[in-house]
Design a protein around this ligand. Structure first.
Ligand SMILES: NC(=O)c1ccc[n+]([C@@H]2O[C@H](COP(=O)([O-])OP(=O)(O)OC[C@H]3O[C@@H](n4cnc5c(N)ncnc54)[C@H](OP(=O)(O)O)[C@@H]3O)[C@@H](O)[C@H]2O)c1
Length: 246
């Protein structure tokens, strides 16, 4: 497969370049400036349209503003598009949805297989314990831009859809007021080089259940993203998630 990795110089993008090259794919990178990563050539963004002529898939781990810009170019070229970037507002999601009318777009907030399993376990736990308090804590490295993480938002969406009512998301707590039954606490920590940890706490009836996922290296995201690109090649235009791949 000819793969274009957008954000190839980044923490995750460079792991994706290594993973895809290791699997024998022909890889080129794109970033804001030209560079070399893992002996793979990285081209500046302006060269993307030309690189798409020979591409079978694009993987994008950048920033929302870059993804929004790239989506139109990639849709025009008709190349399947794997998006790992997080932190989109509604307009960003709309742009990707529009692209999915002409190309296969696979967007996931987390390409770890364990997180897909966690989402199923969260659904089961919240369903089994309908009156318990729910609190979410996530921890990432100090360089992460968006908060809460895309994965945290996905977990919270699963809680809402399982409870069949959106809980009020309380981000951190301060001051003097007790917890309302209608709220879910969301706690974000940014420190050091933590790859990504998510913990959902369910508490009530004198007991406590915690559901935790911890990524031990970025390789887990890189492996999942390359699995997704291999799977997406040849899919019909449309909107896909990582669970479709699994
Ligand atoms: N879905 C998942 O499983 C998953 C896992 C990990 C991370 N992520 C997400 O992936 C994204 C990247 O994370 P990271 O930690 O790898 O970030 P990072 O280390 O900061 O890398 C960002 C990359 O994006 C490029 N970039 C930045 N601004 C750009 C612009 N305006 N136009 C074009 N390219 C631009 C950078 O290129 P230069 O070096 O040239 O500036 C760099 O290659 C984040 O949204 C993060 O939340 C998702």
């Amino acid at each position: 497969m000819n793969l274009v990795v957008v954000g190839a110089t980044g923490r995750t993008g460079s792991e994706i370049v290594a993973e895809a090259s290791g699997r024998g794919h022909d890889v080129v990178g794109v970033a804001t400036t030209s560079d070399t990563v893992e002996d793979v050539r990285v081209y500046p963004s302006e060269d993307l349209p030309e690189l798409l002529d020979d591409a079978d898939a694009v993987v994008d781990f950048t920033v929302p503003e870059a993804t929004r810009e790239y989506a139109g170019v990639i849709a025009e070229a008709g190349v399947p598009y794997v998006v790992g970037t997080t932190g989109f507002g509604e307009a960003g999601i709309e742009t990707l949805r529009a692209a999915s009318e002409s190309i296969a777009v696979l967007k996931a907030s987390n390409f770890a297989r364990g997180v897909q399993a966690l989402l199923r376990v969260v659904e089961a736990g919240v369903e089994a314990l309908p009156d318990y308090d729910v609190e979410l804590t996530e921890t990432h490295h100090s360089g992460k831009r968006d908060a809460p993480s895309g994965t945290a938002n996905t977990i919270l969406d699963v809680v809402d859809s399982t409870r069949e009512a959106a809980l009020e998301r309380t981000h951190g707590r301060e001051g003097e007021h007790s917890r309302e039954d209608s709220e879910v606490g969301v706690h974000v920590r940014r420190a050091g080089t933590v790859r990504g940890e998510h913990e959902l706490l369910l508490a009530g009836n004198d007991e406590l259940l915690t559901l935790t996922h911890r990524a031990e290296s970025r390789r887990v995201f890189a492996a999942g993203a390359v699995d997704a690109a291999e799977w997406l090649t040849g899919q019909e235009p449309g909107w896909y998630g990582f669970d479709d791949v699994l």
